[in-house]
Ligand binder design. Structure first.
Ligand code: ADP
Ligand code: ZN
Ligand code: ZN
Length: 739
């Protein structure tokens, strides 16, 4: 008897099944390999999560075959999947699917791609180029493409570009002009970037050195620990990351660097590539399945020891992981919005504890959670309070827009102060960044006569106008339509597009500064794969003088010639019905302000607001984070919000509003019965956005000391319920958005 294996099937059933291991498969069945097993009357693929010796459960059926020679998912990543499933309350297969993207699962069994290398030394043997061009034009086109490129090319891509068939390639191989090989050859996902040379480390400052001394020790000892690096923008956090990674490599261990998707720019990636060259695997959402697979294989083969990527890179298969860096750890985009609703920072900390790796969280504006953990001594805290070379922090001024309106006798989007500063800076050949966290042209279409606001037919929000009021788009579901010529309610042609989005801002700035070039960065403008790099490149070269955009421009950009940052409206997030509204406002203002004065000349920041006395705005102006965090933690304590209490948000959704409400009520009663009285069950109440994509939403908030008992109770209750119709539940542990 060769024992038994516990197998999780690739279906959405939250259960594992035991199978007998037949004698011939004894050595091959290991945790993390895929197996084919009988299930009911079918055969299915599953993951082995554990192997046990001795007698399997009576009636256990035998495993049919083994899919992988080596485990497709390591034992520690399997444990991480188990943690995700129980902490966030999702089926284990869903957690495994997040760790192993579909492309990887499919690709793992597939052949390696075919690569073509040009034999430059053998080209003469082909005779004069014109001859070949006449006799075999397809072969000539292949050679042309190869001569243009730098290294080996992937055959399928090469043939497509050359418009040639495989036979032409084989002929060239027979003539000795090219070499074909199946390999896991490295391909640069940032095509066209010059091959990097390893740049030396910078000599560290005493503050950087203090943090590094601890990190080096932790990495060398292979100890799990969490370090919070709280450093103002431009204080040299990235240099600490780079040298901590070098320490991990020197100890024979690998590293993962998480950055928010939005700052996964060529600029950021370039800094890691410069230092570590081909040892860096880059994982971002625009990779094709094939590209992702190649990077995956390079990591598993230890060819790439450093993974740089967005949220899901926390699952990167780096063997012997020694360090996980989470840059901008406060970023909301680290939270996945659908199941498994994990937070990459928290998954990084759990993975660090499973792997014995050091976890380094960096931010200029740490989350209240991390700040609180550091204050309580659970994380080591290091501060980098000054910019490198003691460059001064920018001067920040607040402009009260209500006052401005009174003074000038009209409402306006540009204060005289901001306009004056722009003229002055631009006149001196310096550059300006304008920040407005709202895309589109105008946030609504309003009838002047009857006050009608056009809403999305599927969601309970108004439609945003795009273009110059030509198109109306729903930012929640993507619904779009042409703007009507007359009010749908009263027929009046007197329609207006009030308020301001980045598109209208762009038009206004171009009118105000006709002799300057304006660039816009938001998700609408950045559609092409290289749009980001192009706009930033043009701004860096000074071809664009004014760069405006949404939060896309708030992070990570380093342009020494930018001396003025204008915040057009600081209040966009301030009044959201979310207990983190203040925190977000403080963070985004501080981040945006950090874009000013990164070079020799001092920077200036002008914040326009209708709430000039708000603590978040004042703290951002004064750079007084101590005060901000102490106040904010005080509020959270008083109101019982995280990090002092923990939340689980349960949302009930469905097309029938009455049914949703009824089921939400029933759930709330059941939760209250299943949980100890120390857990508060709040609601049900309609979600702040009551309808999205035609589905009504009600929510229940659980508030308690710890998450796992809450998700467990919720899972048990929801598992028993069999709601009819299309009613769905979403369980969100540690939600970052209450909307
Ligand atoms: P942060 O990540 O905190 O925003 P960076 O790491 O980008 O800061 O550092 C800001 C600038 O200072 C960069 O141009 C970087 O190359 C430079 N820098 C960082 N550390 C040092 C150092 N020890 N000596 C000299 N320059 C440094
Ligand atoms: Zn009307
Ligand atoms: Zn909609």
């Amino acid at each position: 008897m060769a024992g038994y294996a516990t197998v999780v099937l690739d279906i959405n059933v939250d259960r594992a099944f035991d199978y007998r291991i037949p004698e011939p498969l004894a050595g091959a069945v290991r945790p993390g390999v895929r197996v084919v097993v009988p299930f009911r009357s079918r055969r299915m693929v599953g993951y082995v999560v554990a192997v046990g010796e001795g007698e399997p459960r009576a009636g256990a059926r035998p495993i049919a075959s083994v899919r992988d020679e080596t485990p497709i998912i390591g034992e520690r990543l399997l444990s991480l999947a188990g943690w995700m499933a129980s902490y966030y309350g999702c089926p284990l297969p869903t957690a495994i699917a997040a760790i192993l993207p579909a492309g990887i699962r499919r690709g793992a069994g597939a052949k390696m791609p075919l690569f073509v290398r040009l034999r430059r030394d053998r080209l003469d043997g082909l005779g004069p180029p014109d001859g070949l061009r006449a006799r075999a034009p397809a072969q000539a086109r292949i050679l042309d493409r190869l001569l243009e490129g730098e290294g080996p090319a992937e055959a399928s891509v090469l043939l497509r570009r050359a418009g040639a068939a495989h036979a032409a390639l084989r002929s060239l191989e027979r003539k000795g002009a090219v070499e074909l090989r199946r390999a896991r050859v490295w391909r640069d996902p940032w095509e066209g970037a010059p091959p990097p040379a390893a740049a030396p480390h910078l000599p560290t400052t005493p503050e950087q050195e203090r943090a590094l001394a601890r990190l080096r020790e932790e990495v060398r000892a292979g100890r799990f620990s969490v370090t919070l690096l709280h450093g103002v923008t431009g204080s040299g956090k990235t240099e600490v990351y780079l040298q901590a990674i070098a320490a991990a490599l020197a100890a024979g261990r690998g590293a993962i660097v998480l950055v928010p998707e939005i700052s996964l720019t060529p600029q950021t990636v370039g800094r890691f590539r410069e230092r570590f060259g081909r040892g860096v695997a880059v994982l971002h959402s625009r990779l094709s399945a094939g590209e992702r697979f190649v990077e995956w294989e390079r990591m598993r083969a230890r060819e790439a020891r450093i993974a740089v990527g967005a949220r899901s890179a926390v699952f990167a298969p780096i063997p012997d992981l020694g360090l996980i860096v989470v840059d901008e750890e406060h970023e909301r985009s680290y939270k996945q919005e659908d199941a498994p609703r994990y937070h990459a920072r928290d998954a990084a900390i759990t993975r660090g504890s499973l792997e014995g790796a050091a976890v380094l969280l960096g931010s200029a504006t740490p989350s209240v959670e991390s700040y609180w953990n550091a204050a309580a001594g659970r994380y080591a805290l290091f501060r980098l309070p000054r910019r490198i070379d003691d460059r001064p922090m920018p001067r920040v001024a607040i402009v009260d827009m209500q006052e401005e309106g009174r003074r000038t006798g009209r409402t306006t989007f540009f204060s005289r102060r901001l306009l004056g500063a722009m003229e002055e800076r631009l006149g001196r050949g310096e550059q300006v960044i304008l920040f407005l966290n709202r895309r589109g042209f105008s946030p609504l279409m309003l009838c002047r006569r009857c006050g009608w606001v056009e809403k999305c037919p599927h969601c309970s929000v108004s439609l945003t106008s795009h273009g110059a009021g030509e198109t109306l788009i729903c930012h929640l579901c993507g619904f779009s339509r042409g703007a009507p010529a007359r009010c749908p309610s009263c027929g009046s042609p007197n329609l207006r597009f009030p308020g301001l989005g980045t598109q209208k801002l762009e038009a206004m700035v171009s009118r105000l500064f006709p002799e300057r070039r304006v660039g816009r960065m938001d998700t609408d403008a950045m559609t092409g794969r290289h749009a980001h790099a192009e706009t930033l490149g043009a701004f860096g070269r000074g071809e664009i003088q004014i760069l405006l955009g949404t939060q896309m421009i708030a992070k990570g950009l380093h342009f020494p010639n930018v001396t003025l940052v204008g915040v057009i409206c600081a209040d966009t997030a301030l009044h959201l019905p979310d207990f983190r509204a203040s925190e977000y406002t403080f963070q985004i203002l501080t981040q945006v302000a950090g874009r000013a004065g990164r070079g020799e000349r001092a920077g200036e920041v002008i914040i326009q607001t209708y709430a000039p006395g708000h603590p978040a705005i004042l703290a951002a102006r004064d750079g007084d984070d101590e005060l901000f965090y102490r106040r904010e933690i005080g509020f959270r304590e008083e109101l019982g919000y995280p990090p002092l209490k923990r939340l689980v948000l349960v949302t009930v959704k469905g097309r029938n509003g009455e049914a949703v409400k009824w089921i939400a009520r029933h759930c709330a009663r059941e939760f209250a019965g299943a949980l100890p009285p120390a857990v508060d069950v709040l609601g049900p109440a309609p979600s702040p956005v009551q309808k999205v994509r035609g589905r009504y939403r009600w929510q229940i908030v659980l508030k308690g000391e710890a998450v796992p008992p809450m998700t467990a109770a919720v899972g048990a209750v929801l598992g028993r319920l069999r709601p009819g119709g299309d009613v769905q539940f979403a369980v969100d542990a540690d939600p970052v958005s209450m909307l």
